[in-house]
Unconditional design. Sequence first.
Length: 292
Amino acid sequence: MENIRIGTLVNAINTVDHIPTLVNLGFESLSITFWESTGDINLVELAKKARAMTDPADVKISSLSVFGNPLTGEGNSADTYQSWIRAIDNAPLFGADMVTGFTGRMPGSIPESIPAFKKVFGELVRRAENNGVKIAFENCYMGGNWASGDWNIAVNPKAWELMFDAVPNDNIGLEWEPCHQMVQFIDPIPQLRKWAKKIFHVHGKDATIAWDVLKENGNGGPEEWCWHRTPGFGDSNWTDIITILRQNGYTGCIDIEGWHDPVYVGDLEMTGQVQALKYLKACRGGDFIQNP
């Protein structure tokens, strides 16, 4: 059953301290995340310490993630491009075959960012190929849209078509989750069927859409109409999601992206995450049973 593992995201700064607890709770994979820069963290030493705890427990480090803007290299993202390079070069030390994050974005529309995307990630993809590493982009819109934004162009299928036409390598794909599509009123299920072969990593995050609020007030008023949710508490049927992934040969990880749920928050964070872990394991099919 574990050809699709269920895990969670862990901040690189907290990795060593948090791994023992996460292993004991039953998480099967970990995605190690950096915000904008790997900073002064020694990745070689971090890999040694992390794997000393994960390898004996058969917990996989699925990916290293760098969330910043590698296209502009401005402000707090000045080190993001170099951090992608460090992550790509060191991912194999973690036993990870993937580096993920935002594409970055130039001022203006998504098409106006494609030349810079092609230049930057054309080079990074080749570097990743040489290291046996895949690159995957989270589909979070980060407050942007087709016309403008500051972080990411990998926000919807039309953008993906432009990206993969510009950089057509086989080792470049998506870090997908239904939440970021649902809040744009995109149905994630038919999208998943169409794009499953390009999905390399899945974030376990869902959404609740308050259709009654939308029907009464629209999406431009002060009323909240959507919430990011931990799987099991949102609108998506993850049994369907995992089924479609299996039908398309997916053998990657689903790593829960916590710290967003408005109910299972604060002292209830890990309560929600462990419930999501149990839920996703059930959606995966439960315990393996040998045929007679």
